[in-house]
Write a protein that binds this ligand. Sequence first.
Ligand SMILES: [Fe+2]
Length: 392
Amino acid sequence: MADGIFTMNKVNIFRSPNRVIFGNGTVSQVGAEVARIGARKALIVTDAGVVKGGMIAPVEDSLKKAKIDYGLFDRVEAEPPARVVDECAREIREKKHDIIIGVGGGSSLDVSKGASIVVTNGGKVLDYVGNDLVPRPGIPKILLPTTAGTGSEVTRVFVVTDEADNDKKAIFSDYNLSSVAIIDPLLTVSMPPKVTADTGMDALVHAVETYVSRQATPFSDILALEAISLIGEYLPVAYAKAENIEARYHMSLAATLAGLAFSSGGLGAVHALAYVLGTEYHLSHGRTNAIMLPYVVDYNKMGAPGRYARIAQAMGEKTAGLSALQAVERLILRLHQLLADVRIPDKLGAYGILAGDLPKLVAGGLRQRRLFPPNPRDLTEEDVEKIYRSAL
Ligand SMILES: [Fe+2]
């Protein structure tokens, strides 16, 4: 590809958990995996909704079968505050758990990752915000996603909300990689359509942002393109019919591939500009990414036209005879159509966010500058404002 500049003449690092178990019914493996690791007392970390949805029962069955003692921490909150991670770590210490089993959406998996490192390193989770500032490995963690979106089960990062400044803070470390990721698509079947849509779009954004990232690698390219193709095909199907197992299977696969991709390739301006919509307006992480995606693609397109054209192709757009930029225009239309199909309004006004909110949005977007370097087009404060304005 003519834009090999992305991947040549640099050191490419691929990071993943030691063991990724994927397939329908694989939740039954969790007890055997705990035993294999040699742990004796597990803590299941989840939220009340997951418990109510019945997704903990098969985990408990498997643990009982393997004769593993366990407890339950079900106090995870959405867009988890740092305080919840510290609470969870305290419980692990007090009750002497030696392994964490995270079950749920990105919030439960992120709290599991945070608690794991706080238990062994001490202090508070916010002490470790940044890149590679975690001194020691955490206790083992097995992560089981119940959504098809965040990819947190395979990534080296987690994000918490700092309640002091109401901002999202990210902790990057190879010690955040799970000991085992168990991806059982059947755990995602009971997701309501809105959650299917939001989390599925998060996975798409991971793949798209990684594919155009200046930190893309040959490995992340392959994973991201396949994830994009799968999501383009199966997200509307999973949204249309909750119990379409084939669609759930491929969405779970896509979310994991996208997670592996961005763990090695890096995100960009969509995530950067989306976070503030979550913290200030309480929209889900996936929803905020979904809203910003087409506008950021439109802004970014001149920085990586060939890459975006490949994304259009992966999503099934016919691009023969088109210039790269014409193909990107097709992609933008396709993204708006996909959002309409899964009933995600793509204008901020639909969420009560209006022109008067712009200063708050711009300030929030700029606080996430750490995500600007991998983005294929540089951003100034004016650019950030322009993108939000286009989304109003
Ligand atoms: Fe994300």
